[in-house]
Design a protein around this ligand. Structure first.
Ligand code: PMP
Length: 418
């Protein structure tokens, strides 16, 4: 381990050490200590991950699965090690069930093309929910357009939880795919994946789970989820951008046609036809994001060093604190479940008639980074009947103190703009 590295078994009780592991958090923003509350969009990275990427680039960069020389073998070894780390992290039965993609979006599109085009017929139905991110909507709309299928949407109750009665009504033997998020990026709602997966499987549907907001924040074990596919992004779990993951059940993946064609994914190429490599190479056409995947493996080491249970409990405490404190802010409307245990650490709200972008801009002047907009969930915002919300989202490095500064910042917003 070089001097740039942080020990990877940092305890969350030693928050100073945890925060020191993240160089970006050490800076001031507009003369104030930076309070980063936009981890649902993209998290920050610890030294350990930055070092892993720099080490690969400076010491053993070469293409993978190709060369017989030392550098290429070293890069291949590290890349495949990263696959094993990710597999272990989510309880996959074998590393071949892990496909490195660019991000969650590409992982979902991979399933839509490679499974959907082969199995969805005209008149079939694809069941989504009204809390989906656009990446778990548009990929299915494109599939529906290609195949003549129809999209249905599970509705939400007043607290922003899935209405499971509406799920039961919409699930029919024509439903080929049920795709939904594990945790909402706006409402914070944590969905009962195993329950939904069991009901979907009962009608023979494929279950695709968007884990972009759950895998970084809580222990996730694919054996317990009961889904067929799980998609998530490296950049939301302390890893780099440019790498994401599709986990899929091996028996399904191994029967699927490729998504993208090119080098690395073939077995034999003839002038007219080709045969394809086994899983996972079949789904990793071209040169992958090698260093990024290796650094994602380092992020997994980092998260394991802290412990996903510890991260989940830390965020639960933050959510409880935030719910209490935000309830004291006049004119603040918070969306999503009121009970902390039903939600994760993304808190979307509006403040009277003040435009969310203005709120975010005034908070920024106080060093507080939050996101404003529809957060890639326009159908959800139409249901909430607001064009935009402010979203404060937390991660392992945030503190109750920072949330108090957010609340003080909102009081300032109301003085300036209210
Ligand atoms: N699903 C959810 C729930 C998300 O929050 C996001 C990112 N905001 C995505 C999908 C898409 O992730 P990416 O942009 O990394 O593909």
């Amino acid at each position: 381990m070089s001097s740039g590295d942080t020990p990877i078994s940092t305890r969350l009780s030693d928050m100073a050490a945890v925060r020191e592991a993240f160089p970006i958090l050490q800076q001031q923003m507009h003369g104030q200590p930076l309070i980063f509350l936009d981890s649902a969009a993209s998290s920050q990275r610890p030294h350990h991950v930055i070092h892993a990427l720099a080490d690969y680039m400076s010491r053993y960069h070469a293409n993978v699965h190709r060369g017989v020389y030392w550098l290429s073998e070293e890069a291949t070894y590290a890349y495949e090690q990263a696959r094993e780390k990710v597999a272990h992290f989510i309880g996959a039965r074998r590393p071949e069930e892990i496909i490195f993609t660019r991000n969650t979006t590409e992982a979902i599109n991979l399933v839509a093309y490679a499974w959907g085009d082969a199995h969805v017929q005209a008149g079939d139905r694809i069941l989504l929910t009204l809390m989906e991110h656009h990446s778990n909507i548009v990929a299915w709309q494109l599939l529906a357009e290609r195949r003549g299928a129809v999209l249905d949407y599970v509705t939400l109750d007043a607290d922003g939880r899935l209405d499971l009665d509406s799920l039961d009504q919409l699930l029919t033997e024509r439903t080929r795919i049920v795709a939904f998020t594990h945790q909402s990026n706006v409402l914070g709602t944590i969905n009962p994946v195993a329950t939904i997966a069991a009901r979907a499987h009962a009608v023979g549907a494929l279950v695709v789970v968007d884990g972009a907001q759950s895998v970084p924040h809580m222990p996730v074990n694919v054996a317990e989820l009961g889904a067929d596919f799980l998609a998530f992004s490296g950049h939301k779990m302390c890893g780099p951008t440019g790498v994401g993951v599709l986990w899929g059940r091996y028996d399904i993946l191994s029967t699927m046609h490729p998504f993208l064609g090119g080098g690395s994914m073939i077995s034999y190429v003839d002038e007219q036809r080709s045969t394809y490599a086994d899983v996972p190479q079949r789904f990793e056409a071209g040169t992958p994001a090698i260093g990024e995947a290796i650094a994602l493996g380092a992020a997994v080491d980092f998260l394991n060093g802290i412990g996903m249970d510890a991260i989940y409990h830390h965020e639960q405490e933050l959510v409880q604190h935030a719910l209490q404190q935000l309830a004291t802010v006049p004119n603040l409307t918070l969306y999503g479940p009121r009970a902390a245990e039903q939600r994760g650490a993304a808190l979307a709200f509006t403040l009277g008639n003040i435009h969310p972008h203005d709120i975010a801009a005034v908070l920024d002047q106080q060093g507080i980074a939050v996101r404003a907009g529809h957060h890639c969930t326009q159908p959800l915002h139409r249901l909430l009947d607001v064009p935009a919300t402010v979203r404060a989202s937390m991660y392992l490095y945030n503190t109750a103190d920072e949330l108090d500064r957010l609340v003080a910042g909102l009081a300032h917003v109301q003085r300036v703009l209210g």
